[in-house]
Ligand binder design. Structure first.
Ligand code: MEV
Length: 292
């Protein structure tokens, strides 16, 4: 039997969350199925897969992932695979599952925040380091602490556009770290992203689509200053800003995906087809990873 694991998007606050600022992420209605099939040959195992299997003491299995979403999409594939494997142990659920999954991701990546793993486990709109919503759990690493809450909010219609492999999250996080080490300017951008995220939480709870879109546009502009956008992303952003409520890169950036808050769906579809890009018409969901 497989586990069912959703992808995630980040509406506000990626990168800033690494430094303790708030973020808002959500699971989306794009689920992958993850099967553990007994097999004594250890092939095709990425370090994330190896880490999760090792934790389960199940190294003689083949991990089959059925997914429509390409890896490197910036939609949380590595966290998704880790969570999907761990779910095969019935003792790993909720907070414990989120914490173990983050430990495995961190042990491979050596940096980053627990937002992807916690969002995929919890489902719905997940706020990190905010004072809104229903408390979930806290995750700590070294001297850092992230507090998670579930935000109430209506599901949002999205078009997620895949603009090509994003390369490693690690590279993008390190790129931002260099800016942060250089001085006050980068911190000011992070402060602004923090404000955008807090305003975003209230807009999501009120289901104020115009405001959510406007804040997405602004958050994207700030991320662009760090060099996280690409020329193809900018073409998609232009379409999203013209025919959607707003658009932004989601996740680490440098490729990956752009999210558009859908308004004129047909027009967006037509324009994206002209660019010959792969896209997913979906919505946020309140459902997190599960095993039936
Ligand atoms: C990646 O999905 C989000 C980043 O903020 C990195 C992290 O939080 O681990 C870019």
């Amino acid at each position: 039997m497989p586990s069912f694991v959703p992808h995630k998007v980040i509406f506000f606050g990626e990168h800033a969350v690494v430094y303790g600022y708030p973020s808002i992420s959500s699971t989306v209605d794009l689920f992958s199925k993850i099967y553990l099939i007994p097999n004594k040959f250890h092939y095709q195992q990425t370090p994330f897969v190896q880490g999760a299997l090792k934790f389960l003491n199940k190294e003689d299995v083949y991990v089959k992932v059925e997914s429509n979403v390409p890896s490197g999409s910036g939609l949380g594939t590595s966290s998704m695979v880790i969570v999907g494997i761990l779910l095969h142990n019935p003792e790993l659920r909720g907070e414990r599952l989120a914490k173990v999954a983050y430990e495995i991701e961190y042990s491979v990546q050596g940096l980053g925040s627990p937002i992807d793993t916690s969002t995929i486990v919890a489902g719905g709109f997940v706020m990190t380091n905010g004072n809104y919503g229903i408390p979930l759990w806290e995750v700590t690493k070294n001297d850092k602490k992230w507090k998670f809450t579930n935000l109430p909010g209506k599901n949002l219609d999205l078009i997620i556009v895949y603009v090509g492999n994003k390369g490693s999250t690690k590279e993008q996080v390190e790129k931002v770290r260099k800016f942060m080490n250089r001085g006050r300017f980068a911190r000011e951008i992070m402060e602004r992203i923090g404000e955008i995220t807090r305003e975003g939480a209230s807009a999501i709870v009120r289901n104020d689509l115009e405001k959510i879109g406007e804040l997405m546009k602004e958050n994207h502009k700030e991320l662009k200053i760090f060099g996280l956008s690409t020329p193809t992303m900018e073409k998609v952003i232009e379409i999203g800003n013209s025919y959607g409520y707003g658009a932004k890169l989601t996740g680490a950036g440098g490729g990956g995906s752009v999210i558009i808050l859908t308004k004129e769906r047909d027009k967006i579809r037509e324009k994206l087809n002209e660019l010959n890009l792969q896209f997913f018409e979906t919505s946020t969901t309140s459902v997190g990873a599960f095993f039936k």
